[in-house]
Design a protein around this ligand. Structure first.
Ligand SMILES: [Zn+2]
Length: 436
């Protein structure tokens, strides 16, 4: 997995995985269980504070309180702090889900005593000696040394060049299947530096929708990506999740039935998530490949922050928030961003205002011309176009000229290409445009 930092959009960060083998379990187990004890302390202390004082403790409060705990002294101080930070992240995502109408969600809870919690080492928590990572523990303890293969810190870009990365974060995770630890995996995140991006070239714009994604490029190319399989998988996943949460909320936490349901939920979701992520990766990879092939310098995507905001203030209903939350637009966008960055393409979020209610050809504004079945039928110039393609073309216009309304297209678009998921080969393939 890779991504680029939001605050440094041209910095490419990439994570590589190194399986360690079960023989390393003896070395890492005490550390991972110590991290688990810190997590459980977070849960316990938060609940107590809430019961007695009717408020949730702050992050700083918990960190200060646990400093004297034995478990805290097992780990490097940054690793121990990271557990508290993860707990707070889990709490805030729980709150966000509640706000969005998912009342079946439970707050982060206790983990079993022997649970192997992921441990994180930040920049100051480890050293690099050639091909060995030295993972520091608390000051009094010997660090853990992990030997890595030659070339462990080299990442190959799509054009074949190798880039040496600087490790910035290390995590150790347990791979558990059917309650048995199968392996330990080291996740090392590398900073690959600032990627050079093209300064001149074509521009492409993307319209993210639930069942279709549309692309319009300044060279006149239109593309429609039919993603019904992806959408129905995501909807199915959300339905399964809601059903499990509903059942789980009715049993006593920690009971045998509760545990069984939790395990079943994880098992079901893991398989579905794998399929969903596979499709998402194939889609964003295709975006980046098309842009690269057509010499695109800037890929424009809808600005999601404004979409979210209007969803929060305008449409408060449960239906609306579900609609927003169905697809992981943010995840898709960050995937597209880093895949572009690896190819020297800059991704630029831009406002989608009026893009779905304006004609891309003549610039006439009329919300009523977006007809049912996703067609745009212009009452002025007579354009008939798939509505999402019209949206993408308007986003392109908005990016190039500052606005999409009241002005025509500088050049005409060609016949759109249509892409569809091929389940047999697990990739998107081009189909005849009638299929859409
Ligand atoms: Zn028109």
């Amino acid at each position: 997995m890779a991504w680029s930092d939001k605050s440094h959009p041209h910095r490419l960060l990439l994570t590589k995985q190194f399986p360690l083998g079960l023989e390393m379990l003896l070395v890492f187990q005490p550390v991972m269980q110590a991290a688990n004890r810190i997590w459980n302390s977070c849960v316990w202390h938060s609940r107590e504070t809430f019961k007695q004082e009717d408020r949730w403790p702050t992050e700083a409060e918990l960190k200060a309180k646990f400093k004297s705990f034995a478990a805290w002294k097992e780990l490097h101080s940054q690793s121990a702090q990271a557990v508290v930070e993860e707990y707070f992240e889990a709490v805030s995502s729980y709150r966000k889900h509640r706000e969005n109408g998912h009342h079946e969600m439970n707050p982060p809870g206790f983990k079993p005593k022997n649970h192997l919690r992921t441990v994180t080492w930040k920049r100051q928590g480890f050293d690099v000696e050639d091909n060995t990572l030295v993972l520091k523990l608390s000051r009094k303890k010997e660090p853990i040394k992990v030997a890595l293969p030659e070339g462990w810190n080299v990442v190959t870009l799509p054009d074949g060049t190798g880039v040496r990365g600087i490790p910035v974060e290390v995590k150790v995770k347990a791979v558990v299947r059917r309650r048995k630890v199968e392996n330990l995996v080291l996740h090392v995140t590398f900073d690959l530096g600032v990627m050079p991006v093209y300064r001149t070239g074509a521009v492409s714009a993307y319209d993210y929708n639930s069942a279709t994604f549309a692309r319009a490029a300044s060279n006149g190319q239109l593309d429609l990506f039919v993603c019904r399989e992806l959408l129905s998988l995501v909807q199915y996943r959300n339905k399964i999740l809601a059903e499990f949460q509903e059942k789980i909320s009715r049993c006593k936490e920690g009971s045998r039935r509760w545990k069984r349901l939790q395990a079943a939920k994880v098992h079901r979701l893991r398989r579905l998530d794998r399929r969903i992520r596979q499709m998402e990766h194939a889609l964003t990879k295709l975006f980046a490949q098309l842009d690269e092939a057509e010499g695109v310098a800037f890929a424009v995507v809808g600005d999601l922050t404004s979409l979210r905001r209007s969803a929060r203030t305008g449409m408060k209903g449960k239906k609306a928030s579900q609609k927003i939350n169905q697809m992981a637009y943010e995840r898709l966008q960050s995937e597209q961003r880093y895949k572009n960055l690896m190819r020297g393409i800059e991704t630029d979020p831009w406002t989608e205002k009026y893009t779905s209610t304006t004609c891309c050809t003549c610039g006439a504004y009329n919300p009523g011309w977006r007809k049912h079945r996703g067609l745009w039928v212009c009452g002025r110039c007579g354009l008939v176009l798939q509505a999402d393609l019209n949206g993408a073309a308007n986003l392109l216009k908005q990016y190039l000229f500052g606005t999409c309304t009241g002005r025509g297209l500088p050049s005409a678009f060609g016949e759109p290409r249509v892409w569809r998921w091929d389940g047999r080969h697990n990739r998107f393939v081009q189909v005849s445009s009638r299929a859409a």
